[in-house]
Design a protein around this ligand. Structure first.
Ligand code: CO
Length: 471
């Protein structure tokens, strides 16, 4: 049985290379050809695409999903989902999680890849249960649980093996090794895939980033060890901080037991379509040479690419670009202090911002962000390692700490009704309530923009003149 391929060009590849700015109008003309390739799935939604569509592209992400579903008649559509944090930055009550899963599937998603930023599996159960319930009703919807891959003494092969078994018991359909920072090197991948294959019968998918330059070799060793599916991006949007190139992996396995069966000529047509758009992005500066090439330092600092670029812009805003190195060295220390979690949205932002505070204030934990305090309070769930008691005593002295899953720790029961009441003047479809739930301010601005456009005001043009719309 050959290796299967998930194509990421419509989600992670452009999230990694052009800050998630690919508009729907670039995607649609190539959908028909992509639909005939025979991919295992096309990742096209979730992650940062939701935020970027509303905030920067002034597009309704739900509308994008429906258009993609319309075009992809034969291919499974896949999304990335942050567990109890959905596509947002805080935990939500179960009714919001349920509703979001339901609307994602009814608007066109087949596979939901669900992860938790602390690898606290309790934070994934609601999303998995929702997916399974809707699958029963609609005959469509698969729950894939991702382990957020990271390094540290707690993260042994036994740890991952136990997690894989737990995931199987939770009712997931498949497991993803989500290596968001590109830390998984070839022989470690072989070891990990073998271990997971021994602990579970579920199909294993591997997701990595090319950042440190080893990713194609990692896929090769993982495939030899029995990995079922790999995430790749069509060549014009591959490599650098994105995924290994689809065509390269197809060629590597050709004529072997691992042959993907995909047609290089058909893939070339997809690449030809995206190549001029890549040139355009390079010319406009949307694609920066900084995200291309190989950066082996990723392995030293273990910081995901997206987090690095966020950090640079935060330091720029503070006029403190010279502190970059110091902050980079502070990140692993802050990570240790808060229980050595994986660094992935939102834990990556929380740890990154706190590291910046620690350096810029000249004293560690002199000030802490609200989110960092909540992390220490246990409101995002449990970390693998205990947190640093001295830091807890300094940042949240004498405060109550929680051990429940995130939604319970944060005391969230039902939220939908309250959220809908807040935004009902803007509601044109049920999905609008969910957009607002995740990004109240950004969604409100989008709703106002949409209304202005519907009433005939050329808001896009007005925004362009104000510089608010990315040209
Ligand atoms: Co990724």
């Amino acid at each position: 049985m050959g290796v299967k391929i998930t194509e990421t060009v419509l989600r992670d590849a452009h999230q990694s290379l052009i800050a998630t700015r690919m508009p729907t109008e670039i995607m649609l003309p190539i959908v028909d050809k992509m639909d005939k390739i025979g991919y295992h799935s096309v990742e096209c939604w979730g992650g940062a695409t939701f935020d970027a569509s509303l905030r920067f592209l002034k597009e309704d992400p739900w509308d994008r999903l429906r258009k993609l579903r319309d075009g992809f008649k034969n291919t499974k559509l896949q999304m990335l989902f942050r567990g109890q944090n959905i596509l947002g930055y805080r935990p939500y009550a179960d009714d919001v999680v349920y509703s979001f899963v339901e609307k994602s599937i009814s608007n066109g998603i087949d596979i939901i890849r669900i992860f938790d930023c602390l690898n606290d599996l309790r934070n994934l159960q609601a999303a998995v249960d929702a997916t399974n319930k809707i699958k029963k009703q609609e005959g469509r919807g698969e729950a894939q649980i991702a382990l957020s891959y990271t390094l540290g003494d707690a993260y042994t092969l036994d740890y991952w093996a136990k997690m894989a078994k737990d995931i199987e018991n939770m009712g997931a359909d498949s497991i993803c090794i989500k290596d968001m920072a590109g830390l998984l090197v070839p022989y470690k991948a072989e070891e990990l895939v073998k271990t997971l294959k021994e602990s579970t019968k579920l199909p294993i998918q591997l997701h990595t980033h090319y950042t440190s330059g080893v990713a194609s070799m990692t896929y090769l060793k993982a495939a030899e060890a029995g990995v079922d599916i790999i995430d790749c991006a069509i060549s014009p949007f591959a490599m650098g901080t994105s995924q290994p190139a689809t065509e390269v992996m197809v060629e590597a396995f050709k004529g072997t037991d691992l042959d993907t069966g995909l047609d290089q000529n058909k893939l070339a047509e997809i690449a030809d379509y995206f190549a001029p758009y890549r040139e355009e992005c390079l010319k406009s500066g949307l694609m920066n040479t900084k995200v291309l090439g190989v950066n082996i330092k990723t392995l030293l600092y273990q910081v995901p690419g997206g987090m690095l670029s966020n950090m640079v812009s935060q330091l720029k805003e503070q006029g403190a670009e010279d502190k970059f190195r110091e902050v980079l060295e502070e990140i692993p220390k802050v990570r240790k202090d808060c229980g050595e979690p994986p660094l992935v949205t939102p834990s990556s932002q929380i740890v990154g911002t706190q590291a910046i505070f620690n350096v810029l204030m000249g004293e560690r934990y002199k000030m802490a962000t609200g989110e960092f305090k909540d992390l220490l309070r246990g409101k995002y769930g449990q970390t693998v390692k205990p947190m640093n008691q001295e830091v807890i005593d300094k940042v949240i002295p004498g405060e109550e700490r929680h051990t429940e899953r995130s939604a319970d720790a944060a005391g969230l029961t039902n939220e939908m009704e309250k959220i809908e009441a807040e935004m009902k003047q803007y509601k044109q479809q049920d999905e609008d309530v969910l957009s607002y739930a995740l990004l109240p301010q950004v969604a409100t601005e989008f709703f106002q923009y949409r209304e202005a456009q519907q009433t005939g005001v050329d808001a896009k043009k007005a925004d362009k003149e104000n510089g608010a719309y990315p040209v």
